[in-house]
Design a protein around this ligand. Structure first.
Ligand code: FES
Ligand SMILES: [Fe+2]
Length: 310
């Protein structure tokens, strides 16, 4: 969101988030260091506590009355630190990566920078048709077969469920999906900035891919992805293969989204086209524009059936 922040750990081990700008000359405090739980500016050594209050100025015998640096509420949960740019967070708890650290599950993390808006990233992560092109043979191969889908609107977003998806001719399915099993696949948008893809097989195998998008600017998004899976007995072994494979696939998306944004900026129109095959795109846009403009979000409890070819 265009804000420069500096994070550090206080003496009690808790994280603190401050605006990354020293009150003295504006030097980035993130170039400094932490001394006894205080953050020290690298230029003249002023030290700040976690609230952004000055604790010492090395060149002065006593502290004058000075302003404080803006501090932001932050919370540490499951190895992530969440910062809220409002003084009053709208919810007490940040997003919960539900299968991370669950017994029997194996997880890994990815951090990816896209030259794309949060909306474009979310649409991409929840869009099946692109996978048959961008990830052809890696993830999905086009078969032209009919796939039925149902989209439900929810209290916090929307979810699409797919039925009878083709699962042949791709590296991912060959490796991850057990032959003869049935699969339940849902793609879920959780407002404002999260996607969750869930594959659950009849023999108990289960994969979830949760991506939380942080807007660096309107055109750059940092995506934090947690991939969790449950395969009895083989988790760490499967990860050896699954992790590099996931990185190849996400790179393919980065290339496509970067090229798309670059082209859209260069064009004299921002017009795009949404069809019924863009299952969750209208829901993502409706929610995000409602939140941005302070309007009511879309109502939950609606259902829509769509016929696709994948
Ligand atoms: S600029 Fe930070 S101490 Fe001088
Ligand atoms: Fe993709």
């Amino acid at each position: 969101m265009g804000k420069r922040l500096v994070l550090f750990r206080q003496r009690n081990g808790k994280p603190a988030a401050l605006e990354d700008r020293c009150l003295h000359r504006g030097t980035p405090l993130s170039r400094g260091r932490v001394c006894h739980g205080h953050l020290q500016c690298p230029y003249h050594g002023w030290r700040y506590d976690g609230k952004g209050e000055i604790q010492s100025i090395p060149a002065l015998p006593s502290l004058p009355e000075l302003a404080t640096i803006r501090n932001f509420p932050c919370i540490e949960q499951d190895g992530y630190i969440w910062v809220c740019l409002n003084q009053e967070p709208a919810q007490d708890k940040p997003l919960f990566f539900e299968n991370l650290n669950k017994p029997g599950w194996t997880s890994f993390h990815m951090k990816t920078r896209f030259s794309a808006s949060v909306e474009a990233c979310l649409e991409n992560f929840l869009d099946c048709p692109h996978a048959t092109f961008v990830h052809n043979r890696w993830f999905r191969s086009p078969t032209g077969r009919r796939v039925d889908a149902v989209v439900h609107t929810l209290e916090d977003g929307a979810v699409a469920e797919y039925f009878e998806e083709p699962r042949e001719k791709s590296v991912v399915w060959w490796f991850l999906s057990p032959g003869g099993s049935t699969m339940k696949h849902t793609d879920r948008f959780i407002a404002p900035a999260t996607s969750k893809v869930d594959y659950h097989f009849s023999n108990g195998r289960h994969y979830t891919i949760t991506s939380s998008c942080t807007p660096v600017t309107d055109q750059v998004t940092e995506v934090y992805t947690v991939i969790s899976f449950k395969i009895i007995g083989f988790g760490p072994l499967v990860r050896l293969f699954f992790e590099p494979l996931s990185r190849i696939i996400i790179r393919q998306d980065v290339v496509m989204l970067d090229a798309t944004q670059e082209n859209n900026i260069a064009s004299d129109t921002s017009q795009i086209t949404i069809t019924p095959a863009d299952l969750l795109a209208p829901h993502i846009s409706a929610w995000r524009s409602a939140l941005k403009n302070g309007h009511n979000p879309p109502v939950p409890g609606k259902e829509e059936k769509i016929e696709l070819r994948l």
